[in-house]
Design a protein around this ligand. Sequence first.
Ligand SMILES: Nc1ncnc2c1ncn2[C@@H]1O[C@H](COP(=O)(O)OP(=O)(O)OP(=O)(O)O)[C@@H](O)[C@H]1O
Ligand SMILES: [Mg+2]
Length: 235
Amino acid sequence: MRTRTREPQTLGSEGTLDRMARILAARNIDPAAVAELIDDPESFSPLDALSAGLPPRYRGAVADHPQVLAWAHDVAEAAVAPSRGARRQVTTGPSLLMAGVVGAGKTHQAYGAVRRLVQSGVGVRWRATTAADLYADLRPRPGGDSERELAAVSRCPLLIIDDLGAAKASEWVEEVTYRLINRRYNHMLPTLITTNLAIKDLRAYLGDRVASRLAQMTTRVEFEPADRRRHRPAA
Ligand SMILES: Nc1ncnc2c1ncn2[C@@H]1O[C@H](COP(=O)(O)OP(=O)(O)OP(=O)(O)O)[C@@H](O)[C@H]1O
Ligand SMILES: [Mg+2]
């Protein structure tokens, strides 16, 4: 029997750095921000790490919606320490369905909620994706492992699914969304969902199974129907 051997890779070798750059890019993390943290470990804090992982548009986002603040409080309260004396980690907790018109401030509140959680001192592993990007990542393709990717997003302790309902509807979209939501529903994993769709349209788009689970697992947050992008100076 032949065993395949791989060249040993030291940390910082070209291959490792390339891989790290790809992982950071896939998570929308600015490699320059990470390099700064590595160069100056003294300045490292959970909030620094959070900022490095946030898209620049929402880096300063602060949650101020009462229901979003209440959600962050409840999730922080539900956090548990994996061992005695260890920092409490987000495990299970409630979810939010933030609905409103384009530009209402939903994504701002979602990132602001993550900031709030980190500020509260609990540890949280989180991921954010638009539904459309998620479907693109999960499309079976040569060399890709979409089942593994689906398992990773399904199990991530906190997931932001931005713009649910904005991608073209299809049986495949319905099935993948069902598999994702069903896993998060079963494991009671906190999920922040934003959508422009009304509930009845979401049901038509995703089917009864997903709509029923969302109705039970999420609190619905309605935003004022105003496009904030049109009422502020360009940035
Ligand atoms: N509370 C806030 N304070 C300051 N700026 C805000 C606030 N909420 C939203 N914004 C800004 O308003 C703009 C629109 O917000 P955001 O992108 O969150 O809207 P959205 O509801 O997610 O829109 P879409 O449905 O198109 O994705 C952004 O530039 C955001 O930074
Ligand atoms: Mg948005």
